[in-house]
Write a protein that binds this ligand. Structure first.
Ligand code: GDP
Ligand code: GDP
Length: 436
């Protein structure tokens, strides 16, 4: 299971600056892709020895001191419950504040690694000003400057060393791992129960007490599947607002471990912003996605209802035009079988390998039909393509101008490969490498 690092702290202490620094910049697939990176406050960080999910727990600036304290408590509780390592960030320029003191009290009793970090210590001279933070009486206060990248490397050495090196039980290669994600009450546990073919396997555990994930193996059409974190899916009993946040974290964890992600959407509500975030994350993580529109039984339908829903999904999830959509009712069982049919189809594509000869034929056809736009007045040439991996199918393409390939051309090539090899439901990865 991939560990989680959470950044907690008052508004303006520099959480998002630190977040961006640690995440580094990703390839910008996003400029013309609404929804993917908007409002992003969690990201997989892979540049350190141990990969982890980084979460910025920050919210909006609260109107009053009371609200601030409440928000800080909620943030901290989320981090305490969900994170493996907590970074509590304070502001060396603003100095110690009452809410810092309160949160430190809360965090010092926590039985997991907590780093107390004073940010905005931009230079040696400012170190003295951080002295007041030592009155907090916690061991090991670290001073950094997120903006100027001072002390961040040292901090991260310690953070990474504190991450649990969890070794999940090995899962056989031929098992397809399925994550069921979505907002609270969309019907995830009802769907899981349907997929497993029985009702209420696990009694609802006491709220918040089950952190252990329980995966469930099952067989369908003679193939083996693993449903990820069925305990998390069934975990209930928090207030709605908190549930929302927890369900995002649960979703991220599950997505990291999955092959296929079932993005469950409530037909009564339509697509929500959280659905977009979760699907965006799954897409960027290279997972196969299937949209499951649940509670289809609740709608009064006419012959345009389904079409309208499809349109909405295609508009809101522009980056996933290939993901299948299934309309189901976990309550009545309507079309539930279709879900596993789609999983099977998508998995076949997701793990497919094509021969180098076929690949290069399809690839040069695509390039002939529609040349890449000139880059700095010069032609972009392609030499050779090869498949380097599956899950998702990944291709390296050698070209004279890797930096000159526009996103829209990349998308064109992907679509052509999708058509040529029936990768219709699977994400693909293209990497362009330079060669003169
Ligand atoms: P957040 O609300 O906690 O996410 O804080 P931000 O990351 O948005 O930072 C708030 C302000 O502090 C911004 O103006 C940043 O440029 C500034 N800031 C962040 N880190 C540093 C730092 O290391 N040194 C200084 N001098 N300013 C910083
Ligand atoms: P979860 O929080 O996403 O796991 O959602 P649940 O499976 O607990 O379902 C939330 C509520 O929606 C429960 O009251 C379910 O009985 C109800 N529900 C789930 N699926 C359906 C469905 O397909 N149709 C209808 N009408 N209700 C459903």
């Amino acid at each position: 299971m991939i560990p989680i690092v959470a950044i907690v702290g008052r508004p303006n202490v520099g959480k998002s600056t630190l977040f961006n620094r640690l995440v580094g910049r990703r390839k910008a697939i996003v400029d013309d892709m609404p929804g993917v990176t908007r409002d992003r406050n969690y990201e997989t960080v892979t540049r350190y020895e141990v990969p982890f999910i980084l979460i910025d727990t920050g919210g909006f600036e609260p109107a009053s001191e009371d609200r601030l304290l409440q928000q800080m408590r909620e943030q901290s509780q989320l981090a305490i419950d969900e994170a493996d390592v907590i970074l509590f960030l304070m502001d060396g320029r603003a100095g110690l504040t009452p809410s810092d003191v309160e949160v430190v009290e809360m965090l010092r009793r926590v039985d997991k690694p907590v780093f107390f970090v004073v940010n905005k210590v931009d230079g040696e001279k400012l170190e003295n000003e951080a002295a007041e933070f030592y009155t907090l009486g916690v061991e090991n206060i670290q001073t950094i400057s997120a903006e100027h990248n001072r002390g961040v490397g040292d901090l991260m050495d310690e953070v990474v060393a504190a991450l649990p090196q969890k070794k999940g039980a090995a899962v056989a290669e031929d098992v397809t791992k399925i994550a069921v994600v979505g907002r609270p009450n969309v019907g995830k546990s009802s769907l899981v129960n349907r997929l497993l073919g029985f009702e209420r396997v696990v009694a609802n555990p006491t709220p918040g007490t089950t952190r252990d994930s329980v995966d469930t193996l099952f067989t369908c059409n003679k193939k083996r599947y693993l449903l990820i974190d069925t305990a998390g899916i069934r975990r209930k009993g928090k207030t709605t607002q908190k549930l929302e946040k927890y369900s995002v974290v649960d979703s991220l964890r599950s997505i990291e471990r999955a092959d296929v992600v079932l993005v469950v959407i409530n037909a009564e509500e339509g697509v929500t912003e959280q659905d977009e975030r979760i699907a965006g994350y799954a897409y960027e993580a290279g997972r196969a996605c299937i949209f499951v529109v649940n509670k289809w039984d609740t709608l009064a339908k006419d012959n345009s209802t389904l079409g309208k829903f499809v349109d909405q999904i295609r508009t809101e999830f522009k980056y996933l035009p290939f993901a299948p959509i299934v309309f189901v009712s976990a309550k009545t069982g309507q079309r539930i079988n279709k879900v596993m049919d789609e999983v099977e189809t998508v998995m076949a594509q997701y793990s497919k390998r094509v021969s180098t000869a076929d690949l290069n034929r399809a690839f040069s056809d695509a390039v002939e039909k529609h040349h890449a736009p000139l880059f700095q007045g010069r032609r972009v040439k392609f030499y050779y393509a090869t498949q380097v991996g599956t899950k998702p199918p990944s291709f390296v393409i050698f070209t004279n101008r890797p930096e000159g390939i526009h996103f829209s051309y990349e998308r064109y090539l992907m679509n052509k490969l999708r058509e040529a090899f029936d990768f219709t439901g699977s994400p693909l990865r293209l990497v362009f490498r330079g060669r003169e």
